[in-house]
Design a protein around this ligand. Structure first.
Ligand code: GCV
Length: 648
C-alpha cells in the first residue's frame, strides 16, 4: 500500500485496457520510454470499447513535441519523450473533460531544459525543504523503488525532462556521489528516471579533486586537476547511464571555486565542460556568486550588483556545453525583485533561468503563495526596453531572442523543487499548484497563470472547490506581498529559517541584505548616486528605474530611498501605504479562510483539514508580519496611522 498520493494524475480504474499500436519506430530498439507512454494510455486512458490508439513517429516535428487527432485516435510524436508528453496530455484532457480529449497540437516545448533542482542532502534532510524529508536519500544511502518511479511519473506528466537530485551545497557524503561508493545505486535510480524520459544530473563539489582526489589544489588550469577530472568523468559516465551532467555552485556562500586561484568562472566551468564533453555531458554553472561577508556599514558594495559584476566580463568565454543558471532576480527569490540584468547583458552565453518553487521566502508552503504570476512577470520582462521586441526573458531562455548567440538545445528553466516525502509531495496541498504550474509553464511559456491554475484545479478539485480556490490562488502572491515586505525592499525575515518577520533580522549582518530604514525614510539608492546597480539594466531601463516617478512602484524601495512623508502614485504617503497594505493583507487572509470554510464536506476531509491547518498558521504569520512591520515603522517615524488602527 503506497502512503503517497497521485496529485493531479488520473486514478487507475478497473476498466478494459485499450489497444495501443506504435508505428515508425525502429523495431530493433528497446523503446523503454515509448513503453511508458503506451502503458499510461492503456492503464489510465478512457477510449471507446475496442478502440485502438495509434502512436506514430514523425521526425519532421521538433524534439519532444506531439499532436493528437481525437477523430482517429492518432498521436503523432517527434520521439519517445514526445509520446510520453502526448500521452499525459490526453489523460489530462480526459480528466478535465469528463472522459474525452479534444484534438490538440502540435505542442512544441518552448524550453529545451525543463528541470527540477532538488536541494536534498544525503542524510535525508532538505535544505529549504517544507514537505518532509528526501525521497532520494536517507542516512547516506540512495533510495529507489516505487516512490521514485511515481515521482518520475508525476513530474514527467507536466513535461520535466531533467532533475538534479542533490543539494548544490555539496559536502560530506555527497562529494562521493562521483565515486564507486554510489555508482550502482545511482545507475538504478537513473534507470528509473529514464523510463519517463528524465535525465539525471548531479550537483558537484568543485573541490572534489582535493576532497576525494587527494590533490593539493583545484586550479582549473593546473594539468593535474584537469587530468583528474578527465579520468573521473570517464569513470562516472561509464558507470551511470542516462547522466546528463552536473550543476555547480562555485565561489558562493563558502563553496570552493576558481576565484581562489585568481581564475574566472569561465575557466572553472570550461575545465569541467571539457571533461564531460566526450560523453555529451552539460555543465550548468550557477551565477549566484556574491560576497557573503559584507560589512553592513559599507554602503557602496551592493549584493544586487554581484552576479552581473562577476559574470558580464566572461560573456562569450564559455564552452558550448556550459549553461549559466541565473536566479530570476539579483538577490535571492524574494517576493519582489527586479529581473536579473544578466539575462539582457549576456549576449554570447547559454543561459537558464532559475526560479524557486520551494517557498523559502514566500511562506514555506504554510502560507498560500501561487508563484506562477511571479514567473510570468519574469518571463515576460523585456530586457532591453519596455517596448523592444525579441528581448524577453522567455525568448532568451528559449534561444529565440534577437542578438543573442547561443548553442541550440542549451538553455531553459530550472526550479528549486518544493517536494519531499510528505504524502501529498509538497506539504501544502495548494503548493502542488506551483509544481504543476512550473512544469506546464516551462513547456509552454504562453500559458497564463489563470489557465494553469484552472487546469490544475479542474483535475484535482473540480466544481465548487475550483470556484473557491481559483481566486485564492490567483491573488495569493499579492496578498503575501501586502502583509510582508513593502515595495521590493526584500528580506525582513527571521535569519536562518526565513519564515516570519524580523525587520532588522538581516540589517546588521554580513549577507548584503539591507533596507537602511531610519527615522526619516527607508530604501536603498541604487541609482548612479548610490550603488549604481540600475545602470546594469542598460540605458532604457536605467532611465526608468532611476526616476522615482517612472520606476515601477512595486520596486520603489529596491531602487530608491524614500521618505515616509513622500507621496506615492495613489496620493498616499509611504508610511500610510505601509500601514494600509499590511492591514489589507491580513484581511485578505481572513477572507480566504472564510471562503475555504465553505468547502468543508466538499473537499475530502483529510485535504480540507490539511488546508485549514495551514490557513490558521498563515493567519498567525500574517498578523505577526503586520504588527511587527507596522510597529517598527511607527516607532522609527513617529507618524501615526491616519485611521487610528492598533499599532503597537
Ligand atoms: C542551497 C539561499 C538559500 C540557501 C541556498 C542558496 C543557493 O542563500 O538560503 O539555502 O543554498 O540560496 O541558492 O545556493
Amino acid at each position: 500500500m503506497k502512503n503517497w498520493e497521485q496529485c493531479w494524475l488520473p486514478d487507475e480504474e478497473n476498466r478494459e485496457e485499450c489497444a495501443v499500436r506504435c508505428e515508425g519506430f525502429d523495431p530493433s530498439g528497446s523503446h523503454r520510454v515509448l513503453s511508458t507512454a503506451t502503458e499510461e494510455l492503456k492503464r489510465y486512458g478512457r477510449f471507446p470499447k475496442d478502440a485502438e490508439v495509434l502512436i506514430v513517429l514523425d521526425d519532421k516535428l521538433p524534439p519532444e513535441s506531439y499532436a493528437y487527432d481525437s477523430g482517429t485516435l492518432k498521436l503523432t510524436v517527434a520521439d519517445e519523450r514526445g509520446a510520453v508528453y502526448g500521452a499525459f496530455h490526453i489523460l489530462r484532457e480526459q480528466k478535465i473533460h469528463g472522459g474525452t480529449s479534444p484534438s490538440f497540437g502540435p505542442c512544441i516545448p518552448d524550453n529545451p531544459f525543463r528541470m527540477l533542482n532538488h536541494w536534498d542532502n544525503m542524510d535525508g534532510s532538505i535544505e529549504r525543504g517544507y514537505a518532509g524529508l528526501s525521497f532520494f536519500f536517507k542516512d547516506g544511502r540512495i533510495l529507489n523503488g516505487d516512490r521514485i518511479r511515481d515521482y518520475a511519473r508525476l513530474v514527467a506528466s507536466v513535461g520535466i525532462n531533467a532533475v538534479v537530485i542533490n543539494n548544490v551545497n555539496v559536502k560530506g557524503d555527497a562529494t562521493w556521489l562521483i565515486s564507486d561508493r554510489y555508482y550502482r545505486d545511482l545507475s538504478e535510480l537513473s534507470n528509473t528516471l529514464s523510463l519517463y524520459g528524465i535525465r539525471l544530473f548531479l550537483s558537484l563539489n568543485y573541490a572534489a579533486c582535493m576532497d576525494i582526489g587527494g590533490l593539493d589544489n583545484a586550479d582549473p588550469l593546473d594539468p593535474g586537476v584537469i587530468s583528474w577530472w578527465k579520468e573521473r568523468m570517464k569513470e562516472v559516465f561509464e558507470n551511470i547511464p542516462n547522466l546528463g551532467g552536473f550543476l555547480v555552485k562555485a565561489d558562493s556562500e563558502g563553496r570552493p571555486g576558481p576565484f581562489t586561484y585568481q581564475r574566472t568562472q569561465a575557466d572553472g566551468a570550461n575545465m569541467l565542460a571539457e571533461a564531460v564533453r566526450e560523453y555529451g555531458g552539460t555543465i550548468i554553472w550557477r551565477c549566484f556568486v556574491y560576497n557573503c561577508m559584507q560589512d553592513w556599514r559599507d554602503r557602496k558594495t551592493d549584493r544586487a550588483r554581484a552576479g552581473y559584476d562577476n559574470f558580464i566580463g566572461t560573456d562569450g568565454d564559455y564552452a558550448d556545453n556550459v549553461i549559466l543558471q541565473i536566479k530570476n532576480g539579483p538577490m535571492d527569490f524574494q517576493i519582489r525583485e527586479p529581473v536579473s540584468p544578466l539575462f539582457g547583458g549576456l549576449k554570447k552565453t547559454n543561459m537558464m533561468l532559475e526560479v524557486q518553487i520551494a517557498q523559502e521566502y514566500t511562506g514555506q508552503q504554510i502560507d498560500v503563495c501561487y508563484l506562477i504570476p511571479l514567473f510570468k512577470e519574469v518571463l515576460g520582462y523585456h530586457t532591453e526596453a519596455p517596448d523592444a521586441e525579441g528581448d524577453t526573458v522567455a525568448e532568451i531562455i528559449a534561444a529565440k531572442a534577437k542578438g543573442h548567440r547561443v548553442t541550440p538545445g542549451m538553455s531553459g528553466i530550472a526550479a528549486v523543487s518544493n517536494m519531499g516525502d510528505d504524502p501529498n509531495w509538497t506539504g501544502s496541498d495548494l503548493a502542488q499548484a506551483n509544481l504543476y504550474g512550473f512544469g506546464r509553464l516551462a513547456f509552454d511559456t504562453s500559458l497564463s497563470a489563470e489557465q494553469i491554475a484552472r487546469e490544475f484545479l479542474a483535475q484535482i478539485w473540480p466544481g465548487k472547490a475550483e470556484e473557491v480556490l481559483l481566486p485564492i490562488l490567483l491573488t495569493s502572491r499579492a496578498t503575501y506581498e501586502k502583509y510582508t515586505v513593502p515595495l521590493g525592499i526584500g528580506w525582513m525575515v527571521r535569519p536562518a529559517t526565513h519564515y516570519g518577520p524580523s525587520v532588522d533580522g538581516y540589517e546588521y549582518d554580513r549577507w548584503g541584505t539591507y533596507h537602511r530604514a531610519d527615522h526619516l525614510g527607508v530604501g536603498v539608492d541604487r541609482t548612479d548616486a548610490g550603488t549604481g546597480y540600475a545602470a546594469q539594466h542598460g540605458p532604457a531601463w536605467k532611465k526608468i528605474y532611476e526616476d522615482t516617478d517612472a520606476c515601477p512602484e512595486e520596486l520603489l524601495l529596491f531602487f530608491h530611498r524614500v521618505l515616509y512623508t513622500d507621496r506615492l502614485r495613489s496620493g498616499k504617503t509611504l508610511i500610510q501605504h505601509i500601514y494600509d497594505t499590511h492591514f489589507e493583507g491580513v484581511s485578505e487572509v481572513e477572507a480566504n479562510m472564510e471562503s475555504i470554510r465553505s468547502l468543508e464536506g466538499i473537499l475530502p476531509e483529510k485535504i480540507y483539514g490539511r488546508i485549514m491547518e495551514r490557513m490558521e498558521r498563515q493567519l498567525y504569520n500574517a498578523k505577526e508580519w503586520r504588527d511587527q512591520v507596522n510597529s517598527y515603522f511607527f516607532r522609527k517615524s513617529g507618524i501615526p496611522d491616519e485611521q487610528g488602527r492598533m499599532i503597537y
